[in-house]
Design a protein around this ligand. Sequence first.
Ligand SMILES: Cc1ncc(COP(=O)(O)O)c(C=O)c1O
Length: 364
Amino acid sequence: MPNIYAGELVDVSAEVLAELPSIARTSGHAFCTIGNGHSAWQMAICNTLSRGEKVLVLDCGRFAAIWGYLAEASGVEVEVLDSEAGRGVDPAAVTERLSADAQHKIKAILMVHADTASSAVNDLPAIRRAIDDAGHPTLLMVDCIASLGCMPYEMDEWGIDLTVGASQKGLMVPPGLGFVWAGQRAVDAYETAGLRVGYFDWTARMADGPVYSKYGGTPPVSHLFGMQESLRMIAEEGIENVWSRHAVLAGTVHAAVATWSAPGGIDFYVTEPSERAHSVTTVLTNNIDADELRHRCEHGAGVVLGVGIGDRASHSFRIGHMGHTNPPVVLGALATIEAALKSMDAPLGGSGVASAAEAIAQHL
Ligand SMILES: Cc1ncc(COP(=O)(O)O)c(C=O)c1O
């Protein structure tokens, strides 16, 4: 392990912290927590809110709701506005709810960009417009853990006040780092945030101090080397090209699922094509035994499918297509799933693999 006080690690840390804002497309401040995504959620809550204040959680699956549980456990009042099943959040419902909050009791909106459980994606510029239409001053705080480095995200242009990320998905580094990007309005809220606590407090992390002050102690040495490499890989490919690669691979997965679809069998969970994430796809299996399908893929062919989450657990699975991935990986996974479906005599509308190959062919 290198010296943590001087030399290479200091340079690596400086490079990572300097590059992080470009990933969220912000000129705001980037903070790093040594922890998982939950630690970044907690850091966001502690530095912007006070006990007894109210937040509105816009949930379209599972993860915004869990962020809300953390807020509630931290002493914040939480109201949840759910989307319709299989849909992103309805901007009109946001305008309606905020318009009814004449006294501006709602201090912040907590929501995700892409929900990893449902695979629904929210139209963030439309949510921003919905807030502005209501003339409401709420902070807009967005969890991009399942979309950063996968889907277009423009924190400043879209008027987002705070972004939460983590190392383990589109950023391609093992779990262990959380990130919070704070725009000016979030930093203003921090000035008076009553929930500020020693470890997560931004004060020392924001100051021009030694490297360990940026991390609340010993820096996460190995993860920082990983992040340096990941950010260099993204810069080398070009972030717009990274987004395009994910769009092509998502289109490939969606083409396969659409063709497999059959009554009583495979179907999309997210009903509106424009609301399907480019990083993960939740697939309903209906009468097909999802546990058996995952078992055959994993133990018969070494492909691990994501488990269904929540009330869809027994009749769905998820395909991850984010981060360090490419056509051979995705086509291989789809072909394996199709083979497993055939081995189970599952009803199939057609060969999803053929459709996936056609989708990829248009981009070769
Ligand atoms: C969108 C989203 N937010 C938050 C989390 C929580 O992150 P972690 O499990 O690293 O605490 C996850 C984890 O999968 C996620 O997908």
